[in-house]
Design a protein around this ligand. Structure first.
Ligand SMILES: [Zn+2]
Length: 299
């Protein structure tokens, strides 16, 4: 089965009269009544916005579907971290052999588990506003509304830009125009530089990345972006010491996401972005599993 999901473009999720659960259930039953060759495999996931995962197939061929793409880096001992952050370590604390022979369990029961030691800004993660805003009461990660992590999104293709460049407003506008994209209020905007694919996990991953200029960050956040993500260790260019893009986040109280993985599957597209943080009390950021949900238009 292919894992797929309805997009907000396909269904007016926020319109109660056309609630996707009801629309899809009636659609499903009419399809199945009309043609015994139709098959559906749906999983309904309730939440603030109910969404659906599944496929509609006609004699084995998917005729309506959406796919989930992983945009995250893997979390493992020694994964590259931003210079200045502590290393990430994943340590096995109980093996199957140890627990099976511990004398605590019967009938051959055993388990294994690990301990993770890492910075809250290690591997793929989102920065809270408190990360860069020292003002008392600046929102920490568990206080930021969840719908900021579950948004419509676009991904700008900036792979032609050389390493260690400050992205200009002109570069951003050209990337938007080239793929016919626009920033809408509430969007997450991902910047696909190709840096992850070119350098990860070599030392160059930590030194050669580009980032937004002050003006370009103002332009994107000013256009409505709530979160901007990069396939690089920082929201800012590797050369900076003043962190203009983070400074704009502080001033406008917006988010940024760092250390994303391969963004090529979403380059130049509009899709749904999901990247929920852990509920870390007074956390300045959190690892996330970043995914895109996009229309599956493959034949
Ligand atoms: Zn961070």
């Amino acid at each position: 089965m292919r894992l797929t999901v309805l997009s907000p473009e396909a269904q007016p999720w926020r319109n109660r009269a056309l609630h996707p659960f009801g629309v899809f259930r009636s659609l499903a039953s009419s399809f199945l009544r009309a043609d015994p060759g139709m098959a559906m495999d749906l999983l309904f996931r309730p939440g603030r916005d109910i969404f659906l995962i599944g496929t509609i197939q006609n004699r084995g061929k998917t005729i309506m579907g959406y796919k989930i793409v992983d945009l995250s880096q893997e979390l493992y001992t020694g994964v590259p971290v931003w210079i200045g952050h502590p290393p990430t370590e994943v340590t096995v604390v109980a093996t199957h052999e140890q627990t099976r022979t511990s004398g605590r369990f019967t009938e051959n029961f055993s388990y294994t588990s690990e301990m993770i030691s890492m910075c809250t800004h290690g591997t793929t993660h989102v920065d809270s506003i408190s990360h860069i805003d020292p003002t008392p009461g600046a929102p920490s990660i568990e206080k930021i509304p969840l719908d900021w992590f579950y948004t419509e999104a676009i991904c700008l293709n900036l792979t032609h830009v050389p390493p260690q460049t400050y992205y200009t407003v002109e570069m951003i506008k050209a990337a938007l125009a080239k793929d016919g994209l626009e920033v809408k209020k509430g969007d997450t905007v991902l910047l696909y530089s190709g840096h992850y694919g070119r350098t990860f996990p070599t030392p160059a991953y930590l030194t050669d990345y580009s980032g937004l200029s002050l003006e370009a960050a103002e332009y994107l956040y000013g256009a409505g972006a709530v979160n901007i993500g990069q396939d690089a260790p920082s929201h800012d260019c590797a050369l900076t010491t003043s962190y203009p893009a983070h400074q704009v986040c502080r001033r406008l109280q917006r988010l940024n996401t760092e250390n994303l993985g391969d963004l090529s599957p979403v380059a130049g597209k509009r899709f749904r972005f999901i990247g929920f943080p852990l509920k870390i009390r007074e956390g300045s950021g959190s690892p996330i599993r970043a995914v895109a949900v996009l229309e599956d238009d493959e034949p």
